[in-house]
Design a protein around this ligand. Structure first.
Ligand code: FES
Length: 250
């Protein structure tokens, strides 16, 4: 690795436990003597923008962004240079050189070493001879009963627009309002209007909202879910069927 003075490892992991994340962080930290950190590109934790800001505030002016994960999503690898260039265009950031490392999955020897390490892992393989056969749990037969289906985007582009921890904020505010039992909250990957992020879609209402902070989430829960009203200043889209219903009612 040439030139850089810090490394920002980025991983794409929608579902990962705190323990597994800690293992990734330890591996990343052990991979370079340079100052480094690891962030997730989705769901929670500091966004790419926040992490670059933090590294620059620490005095780093030549930062390598290194995809970390097998496979690393190709779409994200294509998307990252533009976001990084956007960060460089902000304020004084042009004094910082940014480079994007290659997708590790394009390195044949590295992949072979990874496969080899999987087979030579000292932990014993689990024999399923004594495991009762099953394809699921009894509780997985029916969806929970609910009034509101909240689709919360935790995709990488909403994350970079500040959707950090939106899912948790929504759950906390629903709990504080005493309506958790009426809500089915589902985290989603990208559902298209990334530039509006952080976003949430509410069904069966068919209304979509931009909720940039806790105050906005609280207003949405109070005005829309609890009071049954609307939050026009946060709503940016109404689905076709919902529009047709509205036209019919008017
Ligand atoms: S990442 Fe959220 S809509 Fe695309």
């Amino acid at each position: 690795m040439t030139g850089c003075d810090a490394v920002l490892f980025v991983t794409s992991a929608y579902s990962i436990s705190a323990k597994a994340l800690a293992r990734l962080e330890a591996a990343a930290a052990g991979a370079t003597p340079l100052p480094s950190r690891l962030i997730r590109l989705e769901r929670s934790g500091p966004s790419l923008i926040d992490a670059l800001d933090a590294l620059r505030a620490e005095g780093h002016r030549d930062i390598r962004v290194q995809p970390f994960g097998l496979p690393f999503p190709e779409g994200l690898h294509v998307w990252l240079p533009g976001v990084m260039a956007d960060w460089r265009a902000r304020g004084e950031n042009a004094d910082t050189r940014l480079s994007l490392g290659p997708d590790p999955a394009t390195h044949a020897e590295g992949l072979a070493a990874f496969a080899d390490a999987a087979l030579t892992n000292e932990a014993p393989a689990k024999d399923v001879a004594e495991v009762p056969p099953k394809l699921g749990k009894p509780g997985w037969n029916d969806p929970p009963d609910f009034d509101f289906h909240l689709l919360v985007c935790t995709g990488p582009r909403c994350h970079v627009h500040g959707a950090v921890d939106l899912l948790e904020l929504v759950k906390e505010e629903c709990a504080a309002a005493g309506i958790s039992g009426r809500c089915l909250t589902t985290r989603t990957g990208c559902i298209f209007p990334c530039n509006r992020g952080p976003i949430l879609a509410l069904y069966p209402h068919g209304t979509w909202y931009r909720l940039p902070d806790r105050a906005a989430v609280r207003a949405f829960v109070g005005e829309v879910l609890v009071a049954g009203g609307d939050l026009p200043e946060r709503r940016f889209h109404t689905a076709r069927l919902a529009r047709a219903r509205q036209d019919h009612d008017d």
